[in-house]
Design a protein around this ligand. Structure first.
Ligand code: F0G
Length: 448
């Protein structure tokens, strides 16, 4: 089945604050009238929901590259980009897993994880990047760039390489995991480790794209948000278009929550689903500007902070998309929560014990769910989907240190960390002797 030209929708830019509808976006993707963020909206649409669902499902059997992508498969709900510019690594089509042990730990009956870490570069960023990198290609840019805590840069570098574009990566020195940094090197990016944090990298990049012909691929780019919407569309398809009661996502720069929320609202508008799940956003306590924005300031303002968490992917103090995230929180009736470092580490080990695994930032979802259960916001009989954003192997350092009991040594969380001891499975060093190994096995069996 060949690519269908997207004739039924006309997508246009709109400023989220002043409502201006420019024909094109500036290099920094900020509204030229008021400086706020742009989004796409569909000014015309005529969909037959049942026909669309059948078309999307049929494409899974197609041999065409774009049909095989779990992003481009849903192109009727995306702005138009012509086929010759599409750069795809067959992203999306990620699994939805049941989490029985985590469900018991959290006190819910029906718990699933949609694992966006199962994308080509092992994070959810690929779904937005395939689309936004393609838009750079369509506009004939030689250079693309991003500031990143690691995953965006890995994804961007891969898609730039596939599309024969050069990529510039700005990352905070010493604050991203080696797994992510090593990906960027392999994909051939110009990698600059700046002596600042993520928010400092964003500031430099925003100024840079105003001066040089470099295409900005951070999630302020609305093409990123459009691509990332497809995770929610695919999730609904996997659930037979029966929405769960709750979807829970980690919150960093807040692009992902904005994208998933936008997809949910649009799907209801287009009658693809009949009701909205509640979308809740979880932050690390040490990187909680959005939590404070909602809980302390009633959503009126966001106070930037210096962020500090071992979950380096979400170590972000001044999230760009907070207004978009606030809107979807309100539209879906979701909640915002914060979780401690020890809660994150414990949740990560629990997700691992279900045979799934994820990176630390993704584990805030389970830790957050436990809190939302305790507060009564999530009821035991309600269905819940966690969005796991990154693969377990993105940050093996964290995992190794946790299981060896070293992660929290010398930190203020050292005492609290004793609660997570029962989840630690440090490797044991033994003599190369059959009897010794059998004794270890027998001891483990007695303790299991
Ligand atoms: N989980 C992971 C694994 C991430 O890498 C990120 C963000 C998030 C969650 C938060 O998503 O920013 O859309 O709210 N990582 C970015 C990066 C910032 O540069 O890789 P968000």
């Amino acid at each position: 089945m060949s690519i269908a030209q997207n004739k039924e929708t006309i997508a246009r830019f709109r400023c989220i604050a002043c409502g201006a509808t420019p024909d094109s976006a500036a290099q920094d993707f900020r509204c030229t009238v008021c400086g706020d963020l742009l989004e796409f909206f569909f000014s015309e649409w005529t969909f037959d929901p049942a026909a669309l669902k059948a078309l999307w499902l049929n494409r899974r059997a197609s041999r065409e590259a774009l049909d095989q992508s779990g992003v481009w498969r849903f192109r009727e709900l995306l702005p138009h980009i012509s086929e010759e510019h599409a750069i795809t690594l067959r992203e999306g089509n990620t699994p939805l897993y049941q989490l029985p042990r985590c469900a018991r730990a959290a006190g819910v009956e029906n718990l699933h994880a949609k694992h966006q870490g199962m994308n080509p570069t092992a994070s959810f960023k690929d779904t937005g990047m395939t689309f936004a990198a393609s838009s750079a290609h369509q506009r004939k840019f030689r250079w693309v760039a991003c500031a990143s805590t690691g995953n965006t840069s890995a994804s961007m570098a891969a898609y730039a390489a596939r599309g024969n574009m050069h990529s510039l990566v700005l990352i905070p020195e010493g604050k991203i995991s080696w797994g992510k940094l090593s990906q960027v090197l392999d994909y051939g990016a110009l990698t600059c480790q700046l002596r600042t944090d993520f928010d400092g990298c964003v500031r430099i990049l925003t100024d840079l794209v105003r001066e040089k012909p470099v295409y900005l691929l951070n999630s302020v780019n609305p093409y990123r948000i459009e691509g990332q919407k497809t995770a929610a569309i695919e999730l609904m398809e996997q659930l037979g278009w029966e929405p769960p009661d709750h979807i829970i996502v980690p919150g960093g720069n807040l692009g992902n929550s904005s994208a998933i929320g936008k997809a949910l609202v649009e799907m209801r508008e287009f009658k693809l689903i009949s009701r909205l799940p509640k979308l809740s956003i979880i932050q690390a306590q040490g990187a909680n500007p959005f939590y404070r924005c909602v809980r302390e300031f009633g959503g009126k303002k966001l106070e930037p902070m210096t962020a500090d968490t071992f979950a380096t992917a979400i170590q972000i103090g001044n999230p760009a998309s907070w207004k978009k995230a606030l809107r979807v929180l309100q539209a879906t009736g979701g909640e915002v929560e914060q979780v401690t470092e020890v809660e994150i580490a414990a949740a990560k080990a629990e997700i691992g014990a279900d045979g799934i695994g994820c990176e630390p930032a993704s584990a805030v979802t389970l830790a957050g769910l436990k809190k939302l259960r305790r507060s009564g916001f999530v009821k035991s009989g309600e269905s819940v989907v966690l969005i796991l954003t990154g693969h377990q192997l993105k940050d093996p350092d964290f995992t190794f240190k946790f299981h060896r009991g070293e992660l929290f040594s010398g930190t203020p969380a050292e005492t609290a960390a004793t609660h997570a001891k029962s989840l630690q499975r440090a490797p044991i060093v033994l003599d190369a002797d059959l009897g010794v190994v059998i004794a270890a096995l027998d001891a483990a069996e007695r303790n299991s």
